[in-house]
Ligand binder design. Structure first.
Ligand code: ADP
Ligand code: TRP
Length: 323
């Protein structure tokens, strides 16, 4: 049996890029026989950037609701908030003492964030150590992540093997599962869709607002009557990610035939999102309106996670001499 573990920071409402790039593939993996999945909301990590308690709580709920809306089976797996298993903080401290300073100083994500953000706090600096603790606290075998997290996984393995070398086998060395085929989903401006670029499609918005976002996708100014090149068009790219082969073929034909405007294509994309994601949109709203239902699913996972975390942490405490 393989243990799959991954986390998503609660930095906002999950968008189409997060859903297609992370949530759906992870849920697919969790459905494979013999896999046991640990999916959690990295709400401690999000404190590095989000300081407002109410905003963070809302983001935690939205992130949890998105996992549930796409059908994560919480009864047969583990679903939890990182902060509710504070054992991870104790493990982080132990790991900090086995993490060379230059390893953190050279991390790409720290360099990038410290160039961009005004608030460069120590939490951002030690972010990878907390992430290593997230993973090895649960003896995870595989960690599905995007390419941007590759270095963090290498650090996790380095830290865990330094510890194992010093104290004998203690931690499972996790493997990153990076799907090179998972596309980078473009945002409404054609750049990578990201909360930080303000270019996201939030599929959970009410119809009218969602339509407005879809209508604002940037296109060129080819007149309605003229044929258009679908392969240069952001609307077509997004449509192709969701549509059936037949629908894609038809839209390509429409583009190339002329007398088909970007407005038509955007309307078709909007309708496809609403149709394809009818059930997840309904479920998402259900959970957002019923936080008690969310809470009880998370609590159930947190009880299970706590048992495993305590066991692994005791193993570590024993080795370092605190038991
Ligand atoms: P954001 O850039 O919006 O802040 P995160 O960094 O929180 O997104 O990413 C959460 C997960 O979603 C990661 O696994 C990441 O690889 C995936 N992801 C984010 N944006 C995209 C995108 N545009 N295309 C594909 N996957 C994405
Ligand atoms: N750093 C990850 C991201 O930004 C989120 C994360 C935190 C994570 N802890 C993790 C991912 C543990 C996988 C495993 O996307």
């Amino acid at each position: 049996m393989a243990r799959i573990l991954t986390g998503i920071q609660s930095t906002g409402r999950p968008h189409l890029g997060n859903i297609l790039g992370a949530i759906i593939p992870a849920i697919e993996l969790s459905k494979q026989k013999d896999n046991e999945s640990f999916f959690f909301i990295a709400d401690l990590h999000s404190l590095t950037t989000i300081k407002d308690a109410e905003v963070r709580r809302e983001n935690v709920n939205a992130t949890a609701a998105a996992w549930l809306a796409f059908g994560f089976d919480t009864a047969n797996n583990l679903f939890y908030r990182q902060s509710r298993i504070p054992e991870v903080c104790e493990l982080t401290w132990y790991l900090n003492c086995f993490t060379p300073y230059p390893m953190l100083a050279n991390a790409h994500s720290f360099k990038e964030k410290s160039d961009k953000l005004a608030d460069v706090n120590a939490g951002l600096f030690t972010y990878p150590v907390l992430m290593a603790a997230d993973i090895i606290l649960y003896d995870a075998d595989f960690v599905p992540v995007g390419k941007d997290q590759k270095q963090h996984l290498e650090m996790t393995r380095d830290i865990a093997s330094t510890f194992n070398h010093r104290y004998g086998d203690t931690f499972v060395l996790p493997e990153a599962k990076i799907d090179e085929n998972v596309m980078t989903i473009p945002g409404i401006d054609g750049q990578k869709m990201s909360k930080s670029y303000n270019n996201t499609i939030d599929i959970f918005l009410p119809d009218k607002k969602l339509r407005k976002v879809v209508m604002s996708i940037v296109t060129d100014s080819t007149p309605m009557e003229e044929p258009k090149n679908p392969d240069n068009c952001n609307v077509f790219a997004l449509y192709s990610l969701l549509a059936s082969e037949q629908e894609i073929k038809e839209m390509r034909h429409n583009y190339e035939g002329g007398n088909y405007g970007y407005g038509h294509a955007k309307q078709a994309l909007f309708e496809l999102i609403v149709e394809k994601y009818a059930e997840p949109r309904k479920l998402f709203n259900h959970y957002m309106e019923n936080p008690d239902a969310l809470e009880s699913k998370l609590k159930e996972g947190e009880e299970k996670a706590k048992v495993i975390a305590t066991e692994v942490l005791n193993r570590v405490r024993g080795k370092v001499g605190y038991l």
